[in-house]
Ligand binder design. Structure first.
Ligand SMILES: Cc1cc2nc3c(=O)[nH]c(=O)nc-3n(C[C@H](O)[C@H](O)[C@H](O)COP(=O)(O)O)c2cc1C
Ligand code: SF4
Ligand code: SF4
Length: 284
């Protein structure tokens, strides 16, 4: 492969974390790298044949890729053997998150050879909201790690993709989330504080929201990406029984990264156990 391959990255991102990582890859993979967002009408995306390498990026949802990403992967075809790299983001660094790629590996065409896979811990959009300090720590490490992976992609290095039967089994069990997303979609609703701005309808990657009489109505085609709720300017969207777990509102990453009073790293021994092992491993 030439020093600057022409790469294409297909990316699904609910609240922006995975897209942020994809943009970081583009900085290091070079100007010829193109990013396309995976949305429900993915048949409109350009085929990978014109590129030297293909990347797929997605957020981990219940130890799997979101169903739309699996469907996209199964629809992806190339007329010749191609190298493919994977990257995913998650709210924590559990090794179990690497199980998520099985849902893609199972359906990818034989012409794609997966050369490598990386997990990035990013500020959670579910369960708990991180402190500015933790956000800066995560982004700092992500920005240190992406160029290292990008260099190995540019060099065409191929890593051994291990078989992990136990993790594979766990990922299969958690695919119940795919069904859950469709069942709970219609239980999402906007509170009376909704200002009828229509942002959620315009932003939904699944085309799952329709404004009716100035009010958003949610259908079954939900990916539980929480983009609608995360970005609603008045925090009006309830996401059903998971509502108590959602993180309200965007993290102000630019502000946090530019704030010199926030340290850029937290000593590993001061991190919670959920993160300690991940950061120990990635800094080896
Ligand atoms: C429904 C749902 C399930 C999730 N499951 C996991 C998980 O199993 N492991 C994890 O580390 N993070 C999980 N997360 C957190 C997201 O993966 C994380 O916030 C990710 O960076 C979001 O990326 P995005 O902004 O590109 O959508 C989950 C988030 C949602 C909304
Ligand atoms: S983004 Fe929020 S305020 Fe705007 S239409 Fe949707 S629910 Fe209403
Ligand atoms: S309805 Fe909301 S959570 Fe569901 S796919 Fe659309 S933006 Fe994502």
């Amino acid at each position: 492969m030439s020093m600057e391959p022409r790469c294409v990255m297909y990316v699904f991102s609910g609240t922006g974390n995975t897209m942020l990582v994809a943009e970081e890859y583009r900085r290091y993979l070079g100007d010829k790298t193109e990013i396309y967002e995976i949305i429900s009408s993915f048949n409109k995306l350009p085929p990978p044949d014109d590129y030297d390498a293909v990347g797929i990026g997605y957020p981990v949802h219940a130890f799997n890729a979101p169903l739309i990403v699996r469907r996209f992967a199964s629809s992806l075809h190339a007329g010749r053997p191609m190298k493919l790299f994977l990257f995913h983001t998650g709210g924590e660094g559990l090794a179990l998150n690497d199980s998520s790629s099985f849902s893609i590996r199972e359906v990818l065409g034989k012409e794609f050879h997966i050369i490598s896979e990386r997990h990035y811990v990013m500020p959670y959009n579910m369960i708990f909201r991180h402190s500015d300090e933790m956000v800066k720590h995560m982004i700092t490490y992500m920005r240190r790690l992406v160029p290292i992976h990008a260099e190995s992609i540019k060099a065409g290095q191929s890593e051994k993709m291990p078989l992990m039967p136990f993790r594979h089994m766990i990922s299969i069990l958690f695919r119940i989330e795919w069904l859950y997303a469709t069942l709970q979609g219609p239980h999402m609703h906007a509170e009376t504080t909704c200002t009828s701005c229509g942002l959620c309808e315009r932003n939904c990657p699944m085309g799952n929201i329709q404004m009716e009489n100035g009010h958003p109505v949610f259908g079954r085609n939900c990916a539980l990406c929480v983009r609608c709720s995360f970005n609603c300017p008045v925090n009006a969207i309830s996401i059903g029984i998971l509502n108590g777990w959602k993180v309200n509102g965007r993290y102000q990453i630019d502000r946090i990264m530019n704030d010199d009073s926030t340290p850029s790293k937290i000593p590993i021994e001061k991190l919670s156990i959920l993160y300690r092992i991940y950061y120990k491993n990635v800094t080896k």
